[in-house]
Design a protein around this ligand. Structure first.
Ligand SMILES: Nc1ncnc2c1ncn2[C@@H]1O[C@H](COP(=O)(O)OP(=O)(O)OP(=O)(O)O)[C@@H](O)[C@H]1O
Length: 455
């Protein structure tokens, strides 16, 4: 046996033995030198993980089961390892022995190459995944020169400096998701994951596992092995719960518990996991109305609504439209390789539209206008053809415009009305503060209110 052991040791690049507590009891010098030790005696008596971090020898002495063939990376090099438990004559486990082969793995080379390739691909996939979990937008991406846009940004900055739950409210396409990314990016959690989930887009039956995860065996089929939920994936970071108003009532109860207890229970797991997640929820439906008609839990509403950020619709901040249109055209131009501009009068039809789909709709309209035309200047005609057909909602009752001057006047009045309403909303109805935010005197402000019938 002794000579067999010596032959084996001579064949290997490394050989090591540990006692039942996984402390090194013997090591060959060749192996010790690989770990920067002058000789093996320096290693004897030390826990193996001190000398070989990540070693699986402790596992062998703990379980008594051999690891006959394993691949380990030592100093960037793959090698094959065999680990066997050692038992005494009475069958009692006394330690383990391991042999490491470096350059005698020719037969396994194709396999090791494959492992190395898979490792590279795995690292790349992991990097990609963690990039995708990073928030994409900063607050600078939220464009707007209006008082209302400035107020949104101020509130977003304030939300970023606190760790409380945020509720973003506003019509579809107003930039709620963009703001959620921006708040995360400005918050102390910026380096941690940003994970989004849209409660309206996921079938009810799957939403629970999607949010809280599922234990192995909780499901049949694809998820047999169990999986982490979005809460777990967002641990340490931010979870963006889009369209939270569409969450089914039973799940609302679960979500409330998670927000209160900071613990999740994966489906079928029977155990609780502590999590540290900041929730930013968004809704384009009126949550208070859903509470009133029993479709949304009042207690959850108050839990979510710690900091509310109401994002105004585009039609109430028409001053932002030119800058948004310019930015979107720059974007499309960069993609298509052609710089794009609006003709001076092409803004008019845009300012007159009601924008039920807000900034997202503006982008779609401009994309269409670019497609229907040629050249780098978009005419009013082109823009009108790209706008949805029919009278703009809410305008039917108004007198038809008699010409360009009349419509320009109305456009300006609309823009002013929108700006004033937004300023009043942003300042909680404080007229002096609203006038200051708009950069006009108090007298001019009152005059405008009277002129526009807002007084
Ligand atoms: N103020 C803004 N500045 C620049 N881009 C904006 C602004 N608001 C919205 N957008 C753009 O409009 C599109 C829609 O925005 P986003 O998805 O954030 O809206 P949302 O309110 O979350 O919509 P939904 O409720 O439908 O999910 C995105 O392309 C976004 O970048």
């Amino acid at each position: 046996m002794k000579s067999l052991f010596e032959r084996l040791e001579a064949l290997c690049e490394g050989a090591i033995a540990v006692d039942r507590d996984a402390n090194i009891s013997w090591m060959n010098d060749k192996y010790a030198r690989r770990f920067g030790l002058a000789s093996a005696t320096e290693a004897v008596g030390r826990p193996i993980e001190d000398v070989i971090p990540g070693s699986r020898m402790p596992e062998v002495v703990r379980t008594g089961a051999p690891i006959v063939l394993d691949i380990m990376v030592l100093a960037g090099q793959h090698c094959v390892v065999t680990r066997m438990p050692l038992v005494d004559e009475a069958g009692v486990l006394v330690g383990a022995v391991g042999f490491v082969l470096y350059d005698r793995v020719e037969g396994l080379k194709p396999l090791l190459d494959k492992v190395a390739q898979l490792q590279v691909r795995l690292t790349a996939a992991e990097r990609e995944l963690s990039e995708s979990r990073r928030a994409r937008y900063s607050l600078a991406a939220f464009l707007g020169v209006s008082a209302a846009a400035a107020e949104v940004k101020r509130l977003a900055r304030r939300a970023a400096s606190q760790d409380a739950t945020v509720l973003l409210t506003g019509e579809t396409g107003t930039g709620k998701e963009l703001l959620a990314h921006a708040i995360h990016n400005l918050s102390p959690r910026a380096e941690r994951p940003f994970v989004g989930v849209n409660a309206a887009a996921i079938p009810e039956a799957l939403l629970e596992a999607e949010l809280f995860g599922a234990a192995a065996g909780a499901y049949t089929g694809a998820d047999r092995r169990g999986r982490d939920g979005k809460f777990k994936l967002a641990d340490g970071g931010t979870l963006f719960l889009d369209e939270v108003g569409d969450m089914p009532l039973p799940l609302q109860a679960k979500l409330l518990r998670v927000l209160q207890e900071r613990e999740i229970e994966p489906l079928g797991a029977n155990r609780l996991l502590r999590i540290d997640v900041r929730v930013i929820a968004a809704t384009s439906v009126d949550l208070a109305a859903r509470v009133a008609d029993g479709r949304f839990r009042a207690d959850l509403y108050y839990r979510l609504n710690v900091l509310e950020l109401a994002v105004p619709p585009l039609r109430s901040r028409l001053e932002d439209l030119p800058v948004l249109a310019e930015h979107i055209l720059d974007d499309i131009g960069a993609r298509t390789g052609q710089p794009l501009e609006l003709d001076d009068d092409a803004l008019l039809p845009l300012l007159r539209h009601r924008w039920p789909g807000n900034v997202r709709e503006l982008r779609n309209v401009l994309e269409r206008a670019v497609m229907v035309g040629e050249g780098s200047r978009l005419s009013a005609q082109q823009v009108m053809r790209a706008l949805p057909a029919g009278p703009a909602p809410g305008r039917e009752a108004e007198a038809p415009s008699s010409g360009e001057v009349a419509s320009l006047r109305r456009v300006i009045a609309d823009a002013e009305r929108g700006a004033i309403q937004a300023a009043l909303a942003a300042t909680g109805g404080n007229k002096l503060a609203a006038a200051q935010a708009l950069g006009i005197s108090r007298a001019a402000f009152y005059q405008k209110l009277a002129q526009l019938g807002l007084g």
